[in-house]
Design a protein around this ligand. Structure first.
Ligand code: SF4
Ligand code: SF4
Length: 168
């Protein structure tokens, strides 16, 4: 398990209040660690979906994004496959009446497609959110609308049983 080395991490402001855990869509993405400064909640990089929810939920400025720009530019130059994750906060709780926000997301997605990137919509919970992102040409979507977090074995079983609709 690799803790706190990924794109989203916990800094030394953490007071162990657990707000990040209660709002996280992934079981086990937050791990409690005893440090000399008390209990800190670190991020398990293997499980975290980088949805960004804990950045809003944390009231102690203890969650941060690691600047990954240079790696992004290197991967882009090399033609490596890159996915752009659109976090739920962009969806404005499913509201689609903010045309300026919609225009910004649409243009980001269009530019990302032109650069050969794949768009993944994270944290989709309602049909309305799904339609919103489909309309903006998102390639993939993930979230509770489809299923709760599963183990690999459970997920494979459901795939074999054709549990998921093909064109969701
Ligand atoms: S990261 Fe923030 S929300 Fe999570 S336990 Fe630490 S202070 Fe609380
Ligand atoms: S970024 Fe999302 S998935 Fe990762 S720890 Fe925070 S709330 Fe959980």
């Amino acid at each position: 398990m690799e803790l706190n080395q990924g794109l989203i991490y916990t800094n030394s402001n953490c007071v162990g209040c657990h707000r990040c855990i209660s709002g996280c869509p992934v079981l086990g993405a937050n791990v409690s660690v005893k440090t000399e400064n008390g209990n800190h909640i670190y991020v398990d990089n293997d499980k975290c979906l980088h949805c960004g929810r804990c950045l809003t939920n944390c009231h102690h400025n203890a969650r941060e994004f690691r600047d990954d720009t240079s790696r992004f530019l290197t991967d882009l130059k090399r033609g490596e496959p890159i996915s752009l994750l659109v976090a739920p906060s962009f969806l404005d709780n499913g509201s689609n009446d903010d045309e300026r926000k919609r225009a910004v997301i649409k243009n980001i997605i269009s530019m990302a497609h032109e650069l050969g990137m794949t768009i993944v919509s994270e944290g989709i919970e309602t049909e309305r959110e799904l339609e919103y992102m489909k309309d903006l040409n998102s390639d993939f979507a993930q979230g509770y609308l489809f299923d709760k977090p599963l183990t690999r074995d459970e997920f494979e079983k459901r795939l074999i049983q054709r549990y998921y609709p093909l064109n969701a």
